[in-house]
Design a protein. Structure first.
Length: 312
């Protein structure tokens, strides 16, 4: 059930729901993501950044994902998140990734178009789908670092021409989300006017939201209770994400939430059981907490629960 994004996005677009794209960096986070999706009967996207590939060992990732997906009844997409070069994307395709994201958002438009076209041409030859990005998100996430004054919103008309020229399979746009745990000063706002206009001009193109962690405050408070320093961490309110998924947003990227939840849970466990040195016990506890959070997003925010068998 390791598939590219074409079928699951088409179903999500038709039925107005989103699909969670969750970053993993080890076996535990991957297992929690896939188990959550299987329990909710939801399609799911599991993804790694290039830095996660370096951390885990690039040749271990595809066999690991396949071994966990072989017996599932749900479709799973393995995505490269924020491939910064054409070579990054080609390498991931050759390794067995089924979707790649080429992030040329910081490049001049014509160069972004040209390089995206290169990735699309190679990917489509290998039955792999491609996500591109237009507009720049502020914030920090793995190897993505963008100052606020260098971010900008996506122009819907430029987006229309970009998709026409590149033939990308999905498009990440900038409507006010940002990377990392500190997304907004003051009230959170998203440019739904831009999203709606993009939807009118590109009704058949799945839209992607990066930097869409909601930073649940219960996990922030738990982490701080047991020694973390996450002052003023805040994310995208889940009601805004839910609204976006009812429009053309088919893929919602979540990374920071997993980091905070996992870290908070391990901090709590080690504080409560200071003599415990069995790695399996506190990792299991953290995985169970992750599942609770992920299942809530799938069911109550993205509304992709029970959709997995429909997209096969």
């Amino acid at each position: 059930m390791l598939v590219n994004s074409k079928t699951i996005y088409a179903h999500a677009l038709k039925h107005h729901y989103g699909i969670g794209a969750f970053n993993f960096v080890n076996f535990e986070t991957l297992h929690a993501i896939i188990t959550s999706a299987e329990k909710e009967k939801s399609p799911v996207i599991v993804q790694t950044s290039t830095s996660a590939m370096k951390y885990m060992g690039k040749h271990t990732i595809v066999p690991l994902v396949k071994s966990l997906c072989d017996m599932l009844a749900i479709p799973v997409v393995l995505n490269l998140d924020h491939g910064k070069t054409v070579e990054d994307c080609i390498e991931a395709i050759d390794l067995g990734y089924t979707n790649v994201m080429f992030d040329g958002s910081s490049l001049p438009l014509e160069e972004n178009i040209a390089k995206t076209k290169q990735v699309v041409e190679y990917a489509h030859m290998h039955n792999v789908t491609v996500e591109a990005e237009l507009g720049v998100l502020a914030g920090i996430e793995d190897e993505v670092v963008v100052e606020k004054n260098h971010s900008f919103y996506t122009d819907p008309k430029v987006a229309q021409e970009f998709v026409k020229q590149t033939q990308c399979d999905s498009l990440a746009i900038a409507i006010g989300t940002s990377h990392g745990a500190y997304k907004f000063k003051g009230n959170a706002q998203l440019r739904f006017d831009i999203l709606q206009e993009v939807g009118k001009l590109l009704p058949d193109t799945p839209i992607v939201l990066h930097g869409a962690s909601s930073v649940p405050q219960q996990y922030v408070k738990k982490a701080e209770q047991y020694g973390a320093q996450l002052h003023s961490a805040n994310g995208v309110p889940e009601n805004l994400l839910e609204k976006a998924c009812k429009l053309n947003v088919c893929k919602v990227n979540v990374d920071t939430d997993l980091r905070i939840c996992y870290t908070a849970s391990i901090r709590e466990y080690l504080y409560l059981y200071p003599s415990e040195i069995d790695i399996r016990k506190y990792n299991t506890y953290a995985m169970e907490e992750l599942q609770l959070m992920i299942r809530n997003k799938i069911k109550n925010v993205f509304h992709s629960s029970q959709m997995g068998t429909s997209t096969k």
